[in-house]
Design a protein around this ligand. Structure first.
Ligand code: G
Ligand code: MN
Length: 403
């Protein structure tokens, strides 16, 4: 066991098993390079900050406490000599990763001087590099266990502006053309990094429950305009709890807020299957008004509870989405396939579209195509990603090679 004396000398952030997300500071004089490297590091699980020159370094070291500094090196970039001196003077005890051209003399010099100064220089990363190479280089800084659940209050997150919507494409099963995207709420917490909603969705009696739903609606509409400007109109789906729609004025407000822009193709509201089935009559009541405003309801995560939708005159949903538990791996699992088949049949019977979520492999895609799903969604086509990245990726990539 370690004695108190030894502990006292260590900073809390490195004590014992890592309890926090690692932090990285991306130092480069060019803004677009900083943005790119930050994005890669955030995908790896870092909380990032940026620094555009030696002059900012001291402040960043003091406020951000980075574990890693990515130092972009170019002839016309940051003055690496001054930069290293500041790191030494401030007794920086994290790692330094120099990034630069393969045969660059400056990169070699930085490496050598950094080592002589006693800084923990990682082997330099030469450009162009693959994200995987960067991951290997910084692997020792990543937590080896999933981050423990942060008790973050959603009210605090809303107030601090930590919430954002991430987007995952919805793809037409047969043509593999993108047909829309689902907006998923994420928290970008300054300590914990990106936190999925399981950790912060409030209980329905929590007063912030309503605020969170309103945030999702408001942001999705903002983002719709952003995507329209950057690339094209994207039909968005958002997730809302059924009890929110029962709030006075909620449905009317929602209808009133729909864009009047001619490119607006409609909004889908996904409602968790348990809630949706419990509230079927009410949803049927509001579905009509919503249809007039180009809002469609979808049942989300439908699974073994599919029989509860049998034998009805009609359902208020334009889409039925199969839970990924029954989609991922359904190619070689008859039970999963049976559930999926029933969901597709239900959808067809009610004139709704069947959506398969959790398509992770080509095998899954083949299976859901065979089953007759209309739309697919899943890691095979991309994980949910921040708005800007989503806007860029949709511009540069075709969804998948056809064939
Ligand atoms: O509950 P809802 O269906 O709205 O949430 C979708 C969640 O499923 C998102 O958090 C998303 O990250 C996750 N997801 C989407 N596609 C896949 C996939 O292919 N595999 C897995 N494991 N998760 C997925
Ligand atoms: Mn959903």
């Amino acid at each position: 066991m370690e004695g108190i004396g030894q502990l006292a000398g260590r900073s809390l952030k490195t004590f014992g098993r890592r309890k926090m997300m690692p932090r990285a500071c991306v130092a480069d004089s060019k803004r677009h390079l900083r943005a790119f490297m930050s994005e890669v590091l955030e995908d790896l699980g870092f909380v990032t900050s940026e620094c555009s020159g030696a002059g900012e370094l001291q402040a960043v070291l003091g406020s951000e406490l980075p574990d890693l500094i990515l130092l972009g090196i170019a002839a016309d970039g940051i003055e690496p000599g001054r930069f290293l001196e500041i790191l030494v003077r401030e007794a920086f005890d994290g790692k330094v990763l120099a990034v630069g051209a393969r045969d660059s003399i400056i990169v070699k010099a930085v490496q050598q001087v950094g080592e002589e100064y006693g800084l923990a220089m990682l082997p330099p990363l030469t450009t162009p590099f693959a994200a995987e190479t960067l991951r290997e280089r910084v692997a020792m800084l990543l937590p080896d266990e999933p981050v423990p659940s942060p008790a973050v209050h959603v009210g605090e997150a809303l107030h601090a502006g930590w919430l954002e919507l991430w987007y995952q494409s919805k793809i037409e099963a047969r043509s593999l053309v993108r047909r829309g995207a689902e907006a998923l709420v994420r928290m970008r917490h300054p300590t914990w990094g990106v936190v999925p909603p399981a950790y912060f969705i409030p209980e329905s009696h929590d007063p912030h429950f309503r605020d969170l739903s309103e945030f999702v609606i408001e942001r999705a509409l903002q983002d719709w305009h952003y995507l329209l400007e950057r690339q094209s109109a994207v039909d968005l789906s958002i997730n809302l709890p059924a009890p929110y729609l029962r709030e006075p004025q909620a449905v009317r407000d929602l209808c009133r807020r729909m864009p009047t822009h001619p490119a607006f193709g409609g909004l889908t509201i996904e409602i968790a299957s348990g809630e949706a089935i419990r509230d079927l009559d009410f949803l049927t009541e509001i579905a009509r008004e919503m249809r007039f405003h180009n809002i469609g309801l979808s049942i989300d995560n439908l699974g073994a509870n599919w029989p509860e939708l049998m034998g009805l005159d009609k359902i208020p949903f334009i889409k039925l989405k199969a839970d990924r538990q029954f989609v991922t791996g359904c190619g070689n699992d008859r039970l999963k396939r049976t559930v999926c088949r029933h969901i597709v049949e239900l959808a067809q019977g009610y004139g709704a579209r069947a959506v398969a979520e959790g398509v992770e492999s080509r095998g899954d895609l083949m299976a859901v195509n065979e089953l007759g799903f209309d739309l697919v969604q899943g890691y095979l086509f991309g994980k949910p990603m921040p708005l800007k990245k989503f806007a860029r990726s949709a511009l540069t990539q075709t969804v998948m090679e056809r064939g």
